[in-house]
Design a protein around this ligand. Structure first.
Ligand SMILES: Cc1cc2nc3c(=O)[nH]c(=O)nc-3n(C[C@H](O)[C@H](O)[C@H](O)COP(=O)(O)O)c2cc1C
Length: 358
């Protein structure tokens, strides 16, 4: 469905080539200072058309505030946010409307609804994430102002090139944005950039991984048993288009370790207990323990490629498809604000649920 969250609840709307995309955000506390500029910052980071690593579709993605904010303060009522689609070119998809793109969502949407948007992926397009990013920017502001919670994501791999060389205790968004690829390890960033440029030149695409850290989280967030913190993060991340995997803390590498190495021993850290290592990724029993929460999200190579592929049309006739249109050769640089804001939506909801117990 198109709604997410309970206390901090969003409902997104819109398709890739319709008039507008947007979101209704319910549960934002009243009397919070909030402007369109606060929301625009993350939309600008998500926006296409910025550089050679992303799609050539050029959208300003200027947010319009429809409701819920007056004189710079939230009213506690639903906040309506909208962005107009401007650079649509449905004509690019003419020949493709009869052919379901391999590994895109055309076939499954047609099977589910008996109809599918004729161009641009419709609702399955990453244009839909604009609503999430706009709503998540509000959640981030709330979390930072009320709890000092910081969320920072970066590109940790593209194709075969990756980096472990990022300090999760200090990494900042400014450091991440220092290059177009959004990888703070300069050496790795150069190789990743070359890989995307090469994929684009070959009319192909390439996958990658986004890492994310959340700092200053209080202990106690997460609602066992079904809404454990890691389960909510996994739900949020795997609801993003093109995601193929989610790992928290030691992740799959933890399965190869012994307990004597993997356990995170407790120590006194000021007024609370902390741990000397953090293989748990800041979550134990589905509840935050006060250590940084960190996780990774795997994104596949985008499905729409200019290279000719043998496939069949909706009637089963053999065809060769060389996709037209403007497409991202790799989604991870643009996925950074999307991962951060989805994380904020999960945390704001869990913070509010925990506050009900106080
Ligand atoms: C930021 C971002 C940009 C994307 N850009 C494209 C694109 O240009 N071309 C494409 O085929 N898929 C793109 N995708 C992925 C598709 O939306 C997605 O693969 C498709 O909806 C099918 O869903 P699935 O891959 O989750 O099965 C993008 C995803 C994200 C997160």
């Amino acid at each position: 469905m198109s709604s997410f969250g309970r206390m901090f609840r969003i409902s997104t709307f819109g398709e890739s080539h319709c008039r507008s995309v947007g979101v209704v955000v319910d549960g934002v506390p009243p009397r919070m200072a909030l402007s369109a500029d606060d929301i625009q910052v993350q939309l600008d980071r998500r926006r296409p058309g910025g550089n050679k690593l992303g799609t050539e579709r050029n959208e300003a993605d200027q947010v319009q505030v429809l409701s819920g904010i007056e004189n710079g303060l939230t009213l506690g009522t639903p906040i309506g946010l909208m962005v107009n689609n401007k650079d649509q070119r449905p004509g690019d998809y003419g020949s493709m409307s009869q052919v379901p793109r391999p590994s895109h969502a055309d076939y499954t949407y047609q099977m589910k609804y008996g109809i599918h948007a004729s161009s641009g992926g419709g609702r399955s397009s990453a244009r839909e994430t604009i609503g999430r990013v706009a709503a998540g920017a509000i959640a981030e502001k709330y979390l930072l102002e009320q709890y000092g919670i910081e969320i920072v994501a970066w590109v940790s791999s593209v194709g075969d090139y990756d980096t472990d060389n990022v300090d999760m205790d200090t990494i900042s968004r400014a450091e991440v944005d220092a290059n177009d690829i959004r990888c703070p390890d300069v050496e790795a960033a150069e190789k990743m950039t070359a890989e995307i440029v090469a994929a684009r030149a070959a009319k192909d695409s390439v996958g990658g991984v986004v890492s994310c850290v959340c700092r200053n989280l209080p202990a106690g967030l997460g609602e066992p048993v079904f809404d454990r913190l890691e389960a909510m993060l996994a739900h949020a991340m795997l609801s993003l288009p093109a995601t193929k995997g989610f790992e928290i803390g030691s992740g799959f590498s933890g399965a190869r370790m012994r307990g004597s190495v993997h356990n995170d021993p407790f120590v006194k850290k000021g007024e609370r207990l902390g741990t000397t290592t953090n293989f748990s990724g800041g979550v134990q029993g589905g509840i935050s323990n006060g250590e940084p929460v960190y996780f990774r999200v795997a994104f596949k190579p985008p499905a729409t490629i200019g290279q000719a592929q043998k496939t069949v049309d909706f009637d089963g006739n053999d065809v060769e498809l060389a996709a037209k249109g403007r497409h991202d050769p790799c989604v991870v640089p643009r996925a950074i604000p999307i991962v951060e804001t989805m994380t904020a939506l999960v945390l704001a909801d869990l913070v509010m649920l925990q506050k009900m117990r106080e």
